[in-house]
Write a protein that binds this ligand. Structure first.
Ligand code: AMP
Length: 230
């Protein structure tokens, strides 16, 4: 089972991705997480990527595309994967499509979480990351996943772990830049989504396109998504 999940930053894509990952027991491959891990470890890749990420720019395709295509070759991806945060533009979509064809692989589902730009921005600014587990969602502006309070501060609502913010989550200019990329229907992420929608149309509905309204609460969105996944 090979799945792509799309949604603007702040749409709950990571949270819903975790739900999909659990349902199908797939490795959840998040390009942003791979970059952040590399930055933390101080690898060459991390050093190269950091400046772009801090500005809210895309890391160049010549770094990102091989990084993801190599990751999909690893042993845990043998029976499928859930790819999140990639592709982010048409060039990446084409590169993925080509690599899959060459490997004799196909996409099963393309999930799109649909959310307007203003709502997405507010959600980003409230997001908190659990330092223990990236799949523990916390957001100070969303009641359903509001962190627990402890000693006048917030801790992870799932495990009580320490929470942090991402520098690029608190930087409005960077958020706007990321959204400019996502909502760009010519060459950006929405163009990449359209690329797969066109393939699906030409290909008798394969991959299956699943559009989910991202405006309700986390639970409602998960339910709608799981119902469509069948
Ligand atoms: P995310 O965690 O998905 O919001 O990603 C954080 C940052 O990593 C993005 O703002 C980009 O700078 C970089 N990044 C993640 N995925 C990609 C990608 N597919 N192509 C280029 N840069 C990416």
């Amino acid at each position: 089972m090979n799945i792509l999940i799309f949604g603007p930053n702040g749409s709950g894509k990571g949270t819903q991705g975790a739900v999909v990952q659990k349902k199908f027991n797939l490795p959840h491959i998040e390009s942003g997480v791979i970059f952040r891990e590399n930055i933390k470890k101080g690898t060459q890749l991390g050093i190269k990527a950091k400046a772009y990420i801090d500005r809210g720019d895309l890391v160049p395709d010549d770094i990102t595309i091989p990084m993801i295509l190599n990751r999909l070759q690893e042993a845990d991806c043998k029976n499928g994967w859930l790819l999140d945060g990639f592709p982010r533009n048409v060039e990446q979509a084409k590169a993925l499509d080509k690599a899959l064809k060459e490997a004799g692989m196909a996409l099963d589902y393309v999930i799109e979480i649909v959310l307007d730009r203003d709502s997405a921005k507010k959600r980003i600014m409230g997001r908190r990351l659990c330092e223990k587990d990236n799949n523990h969602p916390n957001n100070i502006y969303i009641d359903a996943i509001k962190p627990a309070e402890k000693d006048g501060g917030f801790v992870c609502r799932v495990c009580g772990g320490k929470l942090s913010t991402r520098a690029d989550d608190q930087d409005e200019a960077a958020i706007n830049k990321r959204h400019d990329i996502y909502y760009d229907t010519k060459t950006g992420t929405l163009a990449a989504v359209q690329y797969f929608k066109d393939i699906s149309k030409q290909n008798g509905g394969k991959p299956k396109i699943i559009e989910v309204d991202g405006t309700p609460g986390v639970k409602e969105v998960s339910e709608a998504l799981l119902a469509k996944l069948g």
